[in-house]
Design a protein around this ligand. Structure first.
Ligand code: C2E
Ligand code: CA
Ligand code: CA
Length: 768
């Protein structure tokens, strides 16, 4: 039984038992009173009846005696001393009324005739006291004990002829028969005790045999008040009435008898209470169940909700308060459930495509057993930013939805698909087989190949996929996603559709993470420095300027190349702190050189994020102002991929920078996918041909052709053309012959610290 149920039953049953106990106690108490009062009443009325019977006896005796005394022949027999006649007449009268004593006595008190002793005459009259009383009052009556030990009720009257000639005495014996008769009429038990006898004796009693001799009876003395009498296990109320001077009668009322009725009542009451209590217990258990069961159900339902299970309805029928409570509860649960679903949807679903979002994707990865092999594929659409800016964002959004649908339809069973952000989607494939992953990536690319229809317009989309494998490329979700994204960038750069992450970075993922952590401290600990690599004006043999390249002097790992940590800085957003720091260094240094008469254009590298940061242009103009550096002495290098993300905004910021007078350069030209038409619109001044073309310049005729035509194109667009990665004298001569404007590379000088650079420039013959 549950606590509440137990408590309800305990309270109900406890109250009932209390009430029953009170009733029984009350009945018990009042029964004692009633029994005592009843005994008193019985005794009082019994005493009246007893007196009447005694009086009746007296009158009967008196009448008979008077009748006898008036009999002429009887008087004559007395006068003639004819004893036989006297005896026979006495005998006739006594048998008529059932008297047991009939004595004729002389005036002197001597017995003349006696029915009990017809032959022995001339005795003294046995009841002297009563006779004396008769002599004084003319007649007398009362009880008297005879010498034989028997008690009698007697009446003595005179015999007149016409003067008094004798006394006649008549009497009934107070014996067992007398007592039984009186007891029957008074409805009491009666015992007669000869109190003058030594010792006192019980003459007769209506009590049952065993009690008749009980000595306790002898202790009851005549009086007005009834008293309690214990005889063995029997209880009586007793009242003693005197019978003359020599005896008394004890009237007894059995308390047990009256009590018996009450005991019967108590028994019945107790039985009813017991039966009632049982019914009550059952009833209250039932009631408690009816109250507690739904509460219990509600409690279980709340426990479920507390544990996060909202989808089990609370079903409790009934129109009572609990039913209403359950109803409101159910409404509440439904509310929570739908809100929870909505929250989950908002938290885990991409609002645009209704695909799971990045958070959900990371959770999937996190929920998988840590060592189970998996493939993470990241897909980024090619030229999406261009489509977005050319056709407008609403079209771009719908295009993303269509792409999402197509991907969903083609990614196959058991593959989880999510939209990470922008035009980047991710897949989670079970297993880490390279062949399968390759086939999967090809399948997805093929599915994208089919043109999409948007407002009746045909749009060609393509994408680049990066694949990372667990556990080879990483265990945790972040590392895997990072690896896959880098592979995707790699694929984009190489325009090869998809690329595998394996073998991408030379440092293990765990190392990357610590690197990211340590990068934050590097700025405050002044572990970053700037190196400068000279740019040579090929036509004049003079140093035109330098490219500022960041270096991380790590206290443990030594010099870390920017190629290792800049990608992380870009991904984690930390680049937003590096670039301003670098610009401050570079502009301050350029101002010093400018002030000292060195006419050098210093280049700094920008990231895509810098170009999308609206504060960036303001920062550049403030720094130029602060250090009093003419804007044209600063050149900012931008890669093509930085332009692709949001061309419209990048273009706006580039225009602002150009308006400041800052020189702008397209870095790594040819490595990316920028179109020529695109180049036409950019407010840039310089084109840096990517190292990959320059390195094999003298061996590969195709690269030679590309470089030569790029130089021509740059010039046609009014741009200065720079070749970087010049490692040999042959390269340099080739470039000079090809009319390239500026060369940069190890052959001229490696990147070096600022002081070393100033000294190096001073020693450069062309600048002296
Ligand atoms: P980048 O802008 O293309 O810079 C040229 C890289 O080529 C530099 O590598 C430079 O040391 C290297 N280099 C120059 N001449 C030669 C040569 O003759 N042969 C060879 N093999 N390499 C040569 P570094 O300094 O390791 O920088 C790597 C990349 O890191 C840079 O490529 C640039 O994209 C990025 N980076 C460097 N400093 C910064 C910076 O301050 N900010 C930003 N956002 N990126 C930076
Ligand atoms: Ca550069
Ligand atoms: Ca470059």
């Amino acid at each position: 039984m549950r606590t509440l149920e137990r408590r309800i039953v305990a309270v109900f049953v406890g109250l009932l038992l209390l009430i029953v106990a009170l009733i029984l106690l009350l009945v018990d108490r009042s029964s004692a009173h009633l029994v005592a009062a009843e005994s008193q009443r019985q005794l009082t009325s019994g005493a009246v009846v007893f007196e009447r019977i005694v009086e009746h006896g007296r009158k009967q005796l008196e009448t008979a005696a008077i009748v006898l005394s008036g009999d002429f022949s009887f008087r004559e027999a007395i006068a003639t001393q004819d004893r036989p006649t006297m005896v026979s007449m006495l005998g006739n009268h006594s048998s008529r009324i059932g008297a047991s004593v009939m004595i004729v006595a002389s005036l002197e008190g001597r017995v003349i005739a006696d029915t009990q002793h017809p032959n022995s005459a001339e005795r003294t009259f046995p009841f002297a006291q009563l006779l004396a009383q008769a002599q004084m009052q003319g007649r007398s009556s009362g009880f008297a004990l005879m010498a034989d030990g028997h008690l009698y009720q007697l009446v003595i009257v005179p015999i007149q002829a016409p003067t008094r000639i004798a006394w006649v005495a008549m009497g009934f014996q107070v014996d067992q028969a007398w007592v039984s008769e009186v007891a029957g009429m008074s409805a009491l038990d009666i015992s007669v005790i000869a109190s003058r006898a030594k010792p006192p004796v019980i003459l007769a009693s209506s009590l049952p045999g065993a009690l008749r001799a009980d000595s306790a009876l002898l202790a009851v003395q005549p009086g007005m008040q009834a008293r309690e009498l214990e005889m063995g296990s029997h209880h009586y109320q007793a009242l003693a009435l005197p019978l003359g001077d020599t005896a008394h009668a004890v009237l007894q009322h059995s308390v047990d008898q009256s009590q018996g009725a009450f005991n019967e009542l108590m028994r019945t009451l107790a039985l009813i209470s017991l039966g009632g209590s049982c019914l009550f217990v059952l009833g209250s258990i039932g009631l408690a169940r009816r109250i507690v069961n739904p509460i219990d159900q509600l409690a279980q339902a709340t426990a479920l909700i507390a544990a996060g299970t909202y989808d089990l309805p609370v079903v409790i029928h009934g129109k009572d308060e609990i039913g209403r409570l359950a109803n409101s509860f159910e409404l509440m649960r439904e509310g929570i459930f739908s809100r929870e679903r909505k929250i989950l949807r908002l938290a885990y679903e991409d609002a645009l495509t209704q695909l799971p979002n990045r958070t959900r994707f990371l959770e999937w990865l996190g929920e998988m057993p840590a060592q189970s092999p998996a493939t993470v594929a990241v897909l980024d659409l090619d030229r999406f930013a261009m489509i977005n800016s050319a056709l407008g964002h609403p079209v771009g959004d719908r295009l993303l939805c269509l792409v999402g649908e197509r991907l969903r339809a083609n990614c196959g069973e058991g593959v989880m698909l999510a939209r990470l952000w922008g035009d980047e989607f991710a897949f989670l494939v079970q297993g880490a087989s390279k062949d399968k992953a390759t086939a999967f990536a090809q399948g997805i690319l093929l599915a994208l190949h089919e043109p999409l229809q948007l407002d009746g317009q045909r749009i060609d989309v393509s994408g680049s996929i990066g694949l990372a494998f667990r556990p080879v490329d990483g265990i945790d979700a972040d590392t895997l996603l990072l690896q896959a994204e880098q592979a995707m960038f790699d694929a984009k750069r190489r325009q090869c559709g998809f690329a595998l992450a394996t073998g991408l970075g030379d440092s293990a993922p765990a190392e990357h993470l610590t690197l990211i952590g340590e990068m934050r401290n590097a700025l405050t600990q002044a572990e970053f420095t700037v190196y400068y690599q000279p740019k040579l004006l090929l036509g004049e043999g003079r140093i035109y300027g330098a490219e500022a390249l960041i270096r991380w002097q790590h206290p443990v790992r030594g010099m870390i190349s920017p190629g290792v940590f800049i990608p992380f800085a870009e991904q984690t957003g930390f680049i937003r702190e590096i670039t301003p720091w670098l610009l401050r260094q570079v502009i301050a240094q350029a101002a010093i050189w400018h002030g000292s008469g060195l006419a050098l254009v210093i280049s700094a590298n920008l990231s895509a994020r810098d170009l999308l940061n609206p504060q960036f242009v303001i920062l550049v103009s403030q720094l130029l102002e602060e250090h009093q550096l003419p804007a044209q002495m600063l050149c900012l290098e931008i890669t093509e991929s930085a332009l692709m993300e949001d061309p419209a905004m990048a273009l706006r910021h580039l225009a602002d920078l150009a308006a400041l007078g800052v020189r702008l350069s397209i870095d790594d030209y040819g490595a990316g996918q920028a179109s020529l038409a695109y180049l036409k619109n950019l407010p840039v001044h310089e084109l840096k041909i990517d190292q990959s073309f320059v390195r094999s310049l003298t061996e590969s005729p195709k690269d030679g052709a590309i470089v030569r035509s790029t130089v021509a194109l740059g010039h046609a667009l009014g741009l200065t053309v720079v070749a970087e990665g010049v490692e040999t004298a042959a390269d340099q001569s080739w470039l000079q012959a090809a009319d390239c404007d500026i060369a940069q590379g190890y052959f001229i000088a490696r990147p070096m610290p600022a002081e070393a650079f100033a000294a190096w420039v001073s020693s450069w013959s062309g600048n002296r």
